[in-house]
Design a protein around this ligand. Structure first.
Ligand code: CA
Length: 273
């Protein structure tokens, strides 16, 4: 079931809008930080996520991915139940389906905003719903379109909590967050914000090479030597094409950050947060 949901969603056209939403929400979090009560701040150290979704299979997939990553996950199927839970329990983030049986996710969010600033990630099924998430001041922090990868959703949860935690009180809540990138050389895998990236061989080698020299500008020729060593007929535009596909994969997890920097006429470098 999980693998069936691991469909790469292709909403790149919507990415600038997503970045704009995230920027707005960070500003709001900065402004709201001073209004949090000490009790709310204390609660931020326990990362409990509420899933509001009437399709049990989808909710189970998200809950499984969250628990695997060390979060606590609760699930309700109705908007009323979500509001009741949010009034009574310390919840750090809400994953909110737009299409619920008793009221729309938008209505849940509107009512929620009357008593809470808890971050909300919408699950949307249709592009016209995305327009509403982006176009209206309904207080969403991010959105994910169905079908989606639960693992990618969890990475976004982590990004939002990390940002809000930092902006609210200057330090991250709870345990030390994972570093932005984690190079697992033995497995030949790289994790970004705690989510393992699905990389091709050359994407992996390219990102690994950049990560091994943080802040250093590597020319296309240097990258070709190190990444494509032994390969015949590598062209400079091969490097550019791989940088482009890598950026898309990183943006799918964190739309606002762009850690791979282009140095015109010189090459590329990676910036670690
Ligand atoms: Ca639904």
């Amino acid at each position: 079931m999980l693998s069936a949901m691991l469909t790469q969603h292709g909403e790149y056209a919507a990415e600038p809008m997503r970045a704009a939403i995230i920027k707005t929400k960070i500003r709001r979090a900065l402004a709201d930080g001073k209004h949090r009560t000490s009790k709310q701040r204390e609660r931020m150290t326990v990362q409990s996520i509420l899933i509001v979704e009437d399709e049990a299979a989808i909710a189970d997939g998200i809950a499984y991915a969250l628990r695997t990553e060390g979060f606590s996950a609760q699930h309700v199927m109705l908007g009323e139940a979500a509001l009741a839970t949010l009034r009574q329990e310390p919840i750090q983030l809400v994953i909110l389906d737009v299409g619920l049986p008793d009221m729309s996710g938008f209505e849940v969010c509107r009512r929620l905003r009357q008593f809470s600033d808890v971050p909300v990630i919408f699950l949307t099924a249709r592009s016209d719903e995305i327009d509403r998430v982006v176009g209206l001041e309904i207080g969403a922090d991010d959105y994910v379109t169905k079908p989606f990868s639960p693992r990618e959703l969890v990475a976004r949860v982590r990004v939002i909590l990390r940002r809000l935690g930092k902006s609210a009180n200057g330090v991250s809540p709870g345990a030390k967050p994972p570093s932005t990138f984690e190079l697992r050389s033995k497995e030949a895998r790289i994790a970004y914000h705690g989510a393992l990236l699905e990389l091709t061989r050359y994407e992996y080698l390219l990102l690994k090479t950049l990560l091994e020299h943080p802040g250093h500008v590597l020319s296309r020729a240097q990258l070709m030597d190190r990444v494509w060593a032994g390969a015949e007929d590598t062209l400079e535009r091969t490097v550019d094409a791989h940088v482009k596909s890598l950026r898309a994969k990183l943006r799918a997890i964190d739309a606002a950050a762009d850690p791979i920097q282009t140095h015109r006429g010189m090459g590329y470098s990676i910036k670690l947060a």
